[in-house]
Design a protein around this ligand. Sequence first.
Ligand code: SAM
Length: 287
Amino acid sequence: MPVLQLRRSESPLRTSVPEERAPATPFLKWVGGKTSLLPELMKHVPARLRRYHEPFVGGGALFFAVRPRRALLSDSNGELVHCYQQVRDDVYSVLDVLARHVYERTHFESVRALEPSRLAPAERAARFIYLNKTCFNGLWRVNRAGRFNVPFGRYKNPRFADPSSLITASHALRGVEIQCAPFEEACAKAAPGDFVYLDPPYDPVSPTASFASYTAGGFNWEDQRRLAHACIVLNRRGVRFLLSNSATERVRELYSGFEQRIVRAPRFINSKAEGRGRVDELLVFNA
Ligand SMILES: C[S@@+](CC[C@H](N)C(=O)[O-])C[C@H]1O[C@@H](n2cnc3c(N)ncnc32)[C@H](O)[C@@H]1O
């Protein structure tokens, strides 16, 4: 028996296949997404790399811009990882389910209340995309029990079923390994000649200006210290890395042994107007 009865609608999904190598962009909205910083980040991606790694993949803005042939993408958000795997392996089923969703508060609330582990794989991935595109500010925030708890968002016409974007993303993900893992486990798989881009939840610039609730555990200062240690290990093993974070004094100190560059980036996560605008971000790298 289906877990949720969705409205059926006609959709010519299977006719809109974009070109194989068309440039890809993220198919999710992701807090801390790096689209606006891409020109700066791209300067640090080696022209030749053995394998590309993103241990905090989120929306994957840099991955989709680079489109490496060999890659390992990871994140500790199991729903996000499942969604990527389904978009890679069975994008048409995901699109079929998405086409039956509707943008309505009561529908949103019933989809949000579903237990993802009880859904069929394509329904589960479609739930993730639908909630991402229709919830408040595209946030993925969970409570301590790991339950998604973001309210309905107000949009004119949210595009949660976008065949061209999803099919292009699916092509970019072909042959890519995607795993749910903490960053240490992901970093341990990088080998000499590989390139690792690390984009963790940022160190807060003020008590109200941060967002680190991507996962039930959050990301605290001890996690930041463990991440800096992981970078030291990558460097020792001959792996090139690029890391982005907020340019706080303590983060700059944490990575004082590495090259650093400050770049300006727009930031929109603070709900208070004064928290929006352009802020300094730090890039750390070892080559
Ligand atoms: C700033 S976002 C990454 C944004 C991404 N670069 C983009 O362009 O959309 C940080 C990501 O780290 C993930 N994350 C948080 N703690 C983690 C951990 N301990 N290990 C691995 N991933 C983690 C979150 O689920 C989130 O997707």
